[in-house]
Design a protein around this ligand. Structure first.
Ligand code: HAM
Length: 433
C-alpha cells in the first residue's frame, strides 16, 4: 500500500486520460467563443457567506456538503461548491453592470462537495459553466439552452434528453408552494424522513426526492407550470416557442426543480435517456434574484453547468473516439558526452522552429534509446554520435521504413518540417541548426 493516496472522492487526471479532457474543454471553449462568451475564472475559495446567501441555507450543498474552514486570520472560507455565485460576485465587484448588457461568460473550474462518492459523483469535480447576466428575455434562455445542447451534440453524445420546467417567480411561487403543501399534508405519513423535513424547510425539493414512494406522490402533485403568473407564463410560452423554432426536442417535467435555491422561472437539465437524475450531465436555469441577494442591484441572469467527469464517463460508455494528443514524433538520440550537449542544443533549435522533439535522457545506451523511441511511437530518430560530431552531420532514421541517411546539420530543420507542431511565434523559413 502506498503511504499516500488521493483523498476519497477525488481523482488524478492521468496522462492517458488527458486527451478526453483536452477534447471536452477545447470543444466547450470554442463553442462558447462562437456564441460570444468570454472566459472568467474566480478563486477556488470564497467567503462562506457568499454561498450561504447565494446557494441557500436550506440546500443540501450548504447544509451538508461544503468544505468550510477558518483561515489563519480567522476568516470563514469555503471551497467553491459551484460556479454561479462566484461569477455573480465578480460581476458586482468589477462593476460589470456598466458594460453592454448582457455580459456573457464561461468557466472551466473545479468544484468541491462533500458527497458520498460513486461513479460520476465526486468530492472534487470539474464544471464547464456559462452565465449570461443582465437580460431577462426568453430569447437568452433559449440561447443558453441551445448552446448547452450544442455542446453535447458537438461532443458526439447520443441518447440525451432535455428536461424543462418553469418554477415561477416571487409573485407566483408562494401560492404554488401553498398548494404543494396542501397536497402533501394529508400524505405526510407516506413520505421518507428527508421529505418530512423538506415539507418544513424547502417544499419544492419534495418533487425531486429519489425514494420510490415519494416519487409516486410527487408524480401526481400540482404542477408549477400550471400556477404561473401572467408574466412567467408568457416567458415560458415564449421560451418554448424559441426552442420549437430551433427544433430542440424537450420534455416539460413538472418535477424538475434543481437543488440550488436561487432559481426563478426557467430550469432545465440534460440527462442520459437510460439512467435516472443521479446521472444528470448538465443543468441550469434563470436566477433573477441572486445578484440582489448577494449585494448587487436587481439584475436578471441565467446559466448552465455540466460536469466534465460525467461528460467523459458518457463519452467512454458510448465508445466515442476523441482525437489523440498532438505529441512529438521526432526523437533525438546521442552517444557520448559531447554528442549529448550537441543533442540538447539541436533539440532546442528545432523546437524554436516549431518541431516537436523528445530528447533522450542521460545514462542510456544508444540501443536503449532507440528502443524507447520505438515504444513512444516516434517516427524519426536523429542520432548523434562522435563520428557525426566530427563530420558536422547527423543520422536521420525513419523508424517505419527502417531506412536512414546522413544529413548535414543545416538541412535538418527543413527535412523535419513535416513534424512541426507549432506554427506560431518563432518559426521562420530560414530556421536552421
Ligand atoms: P449543478 O446541477 O449542481 O448546478 O451542477 C452542474 C453539473 O455539475 C451537474 O449536472 C453534474 O454534471 C456536475 N456535478 C455536480 N455535482 C457533482 C459531483 N459531486 N460529482 C461530479 N459531477 C457533479 C450548478 O452547479 C449550477 N451552478 C449550474 C448553473 C449555472 N445554474 C445557473 N448557472
Amino acid at each position: 500500500m502506498p503511504a499516500f493516496k488521493a483523498p476519497r472522492g477525488t481523482r488524478d487526471i492521468l496522462p492517458e486520460e488527458a486527451h478526453y479532457w483536452d477534447f471536452v474543454t477545447d470543444v466547450a471553449s470554442r463553442l462558447c467563443s462562437s456564441f460570444g462568451y468570454e472566459r472568467i475564472e474566480t478563486p477556488v475559495f470564497e467567503s462562506t457567506g457568499l454561498f450561504l446567501r447565494g446557494v441557500g441555507e436550506g440546500t443540501d450543498i450548504v447544509e451538508k456538503e461544503m468544505y468550510t474552514f477558518e483561515d489563519r486570520g480567522g476568516s470563514s472560507l469555503t471551497l467553491r461548491p459551484e460556479g454561479t455565485a462566484p461569477v455573480c460576485r465578480a460581476y458586482i465587484e468589477h462593476g460589470m453592470a456598466s458594460l453592454p448588457q448582457p455580459v456573457r461568460m464561461f468557466y472551466l473550474a473545479p468544484a468541491f462537495r462533500y458527497e458520498r462518492p460513486q461513479a460520476g459523483r465526486m468530492r472534487q469535480h470539474h464544471q464547464f459553466g456559462c452565465e449570461v447576466i443582465g437580460d431577462a428575455s426568453a430569447l437568452i434562455d433559449a440561447e443558453v439552452i441551445n448552446m448547452s445542447w450544442q455542446l453535447f451534440e458537438r461532443l458526439g453524445l447520443k441518447g440525451l434528453r432535455l428536461k424543462l420546467n418553469s418554477i415561477g417567480c416571487d409573485r407566483c411561487r408562494p401560492a404554488y408552494i401553498d398548494m404543494l403543501k396542501a397536497y402533501y399534508e394529508p400524505r405526510a405519513d407516506m413520505l421518507c424522513s428527508d421529505c418530512k423535513t423538506r415539507m418544513e424547510k424547502n417544499p419544492l425539493r419534495l418533487l425531486d426526492c429519489k425514494e420510490a414512494a415519494c416519487q409516486q406522490i410527487a408524480d401526481n402533485s400540482p404542477k408549477s407550470a400550471d400556477c404561473l403568473c401572467p408574466d412567467c407564463h408568457e416567458h415560458f410560452t415564449s421560451l418554448r416557442n424559441y426552442l420549437d423554432t430551433a427544433g430542440l426536442d424537450y420534455d416539460v417535467s413538472h418535477r424538475l426543480v434543481r437543488g440550488l435555491d436561487y432559481y426563478t422561472r426557467t430550469v432545465f437539465e440534460i440527462q442520459p435517456e437510460s439512467t435516472g437524475s443521479q446521472s444528470t450531465i448538465g443543468g441550469g436555469g434563470r436566477y433573477d434574484r441572486l445578484i440582489e441577494q448577494i449585494g448587487g442591484r436587481p439584475t436578471p441572469a441565467i446559466g448552465f453547468a455540466a460536469g466534465i467527469e460525467r461528460i467523459i464517463l458518457n463519452l467512454k460508455e458510448q465508445n466515442i473516439d476523441v482525437p489523440g494528443i498532438h505529441s512529438p514524433k521526432v526523437f533525438i538520440a546521442h552517444a557520448g558526452q559531447e554528442a549529448r550537449i550537441e543533442a540538447f542544443s539541436i533539440s532546442n533549435i528545432l523546437r524554436r522552429c516549431g518541431i516537436g522533439i523528445i530528447t533522450a535522457a542521460e545514462g542510456k545506451s544508444l540501443k536503449a534509446q532507440l528502443r524507447q523511441a520505438n515504444n513512444l511511437g516516434m517516427k524519426i530518430v536523429v542520432i548523434i554520435g562522435e563520428e557525426e560530431l566530427r563530420e558536422g552531420v547527423v543520422v536521420v532514421r525513419d523508424l517505419e521504413s527502417g531506412s536512414q541517411e546522413k544529413v548535414d546539420k543545416v538541412s535538418l530543420a527543413g527535412i523535419l518540417s513535416a513534424f512541426r507542431m507549432d506554427d506560431s511565434g518563432l518559426y521562420n523559413n530560414q530556421c536552421q541548426v
